[in-house]
Design a protein around this ligand. Sequence first.
Ligand code: MCA
Ligand code: AMP
Length: 481
Amino acid sequence: MSFLFPAVTDGPGERVALRFGDRSLTYAQLAAAAGAVAARVRGHERVAVWAAPAPETAVGVVGTLLAGAAAVPLNPRSGEKELGHILGDSAPSLVLAAAGDALPAALAGRERVDVDVRASGPVPEDHADDGDPALIVYTSGTTGPPKGAVIPRRAVAATLDALAGAWQWTGEDVLVHGLPLFHVHGLVLGVLGPLRRGGAVRHLGRFTTEGVARELNGGATMLFGVPTMYHRIAEALPGDPELVKALAGARLLVSGSAALPVHDHERIAAATGRRVIERYGMTETLMNTSVRVDGEVRAGSVGLPLPGVELRLVDEDGTEITAYDGETVGEIQVRGPNLFTGYLNRPDATAAAFTADGFFRTGDMAVRDGDGQIRLVGRKATDLIKSGGYKIGAGEIENALLEHPGVREAAVTGEPDPDLGERIVAWIVPANPQSPPGTEELAGHVARRLAPHKRPRVVRVLDALPRNDMGKIMKRALRHG
Ligand code: MCA
Ligand code: AMP
């Protein structure tokens, strides 16, 4: 395990590793508390972690990794259907949570271990193989329920070390963010990243521009966020000199999970003199490309392939595009130590995701500029929506909507949104045209079954959905106005 987090075992013991609000843990305290978790987890294969924005989540995941087991982070806001699916699919034999956390009924029959950040146990010897699973992270596809991406330990190490090079990220850095801890961005980059470097992370609990200003003005050096967060920062900057000062003084501002609008990039640059760096990744691949801290920063560019990542663009027939012309569009395919090993229990989906020569098909469309920098231009599948940086499959929301008694037919699309990037729009044919269910009713229904971030923001009622001769819904015909 010293392999993943040398600083936890041999590092600067008295230095602060984690801070969540007014609760903080030094490296020595983290090692002791994670050691205690590891003693309970040893011998288990997969362990669920109730991934609230709290130090117990970090201690639970590190303890699980110290024990050589795999952690399955759970969104504490997951609805009953989504949670039921994840638990049924990943079959964790333990659930780790903070002592005070009230867990939902879906977790009732499972053995629970309370994570105590003041507990103490020895750090076990590391017997894990670098191909062993570290994390199972659930991610949405176009149809059906989310799939569990099995992320091996080597991928975590490879991606974090590649980013350290690109960003000159060291143990001196103090990261601030308010990202959720059940996805790669907040958990792998945002928590495991600082711990691998021997640095610190300060989590905001929930994202606010005030929190960002306070922490960056109070010693934090780096900020990670999704574009929605940078949009809210860009909106706040003109009236907030503290925020201007905070961003201007930061060593590094990084955006990812979705495209950062050029307008927001430019507004932040104009107000603070700082350019936000973009990196491009996926749950299945961790990080593929990044702008380098010592390289040229161009709005809209996600930079160069990271060391160790083989990246190619291919056209419709799978032929590699060799042009560096900034205009020939192809699908990004990647290969390297940063990749997942497959979708849990889904050999069919795993096989479909890879080419014969072992490249992962990202489904992201891009061009390559003259200097090799990658610019993303869209996605292959229109049924994948990115809202607030969360990936959301249209199919899973349609299925949830169809379970509402007031809905006869449903189709879900994403529409441009200045704050969220895309907003989820539900087009429904009501069971009773006289009394269609309203937006709040359907949003609440989806939030309770799946998760609040998957709820439709807009509901549009139609007499019939546009269909082609085969009966397939023509989503492109579903446009407002
Ligand atoms: C609203 N809420 C509801 C309902 N409506 N709850 C139940 N039922 C409802 N009908 C609650 C929400 O839970 C929340 O509660 C509050 O109302 C506001 O919700 P919302 O409007 O959705 O939140 P927001 O403030 O607009 O969120 C914006 C955000 C968020 C903070 C930017 O979208 C976010 O955290 N995004 C990050 C996504 C991310 O990390 N993606 C990484 C995956 P309360 O007020 O209590 O909070 S991509 C990835 O990992 C790859 C590898 C990569 O490249 O990074
Ligand atoms: P997820 O499956 O939630 O991990 O999301 C991965 C997807 O987020 C990628 O396939 C991209 O479509 C998108 N993404 C991640 N980073 C960026 C970025 N910097 N710019 C544009 N899209 C991004």
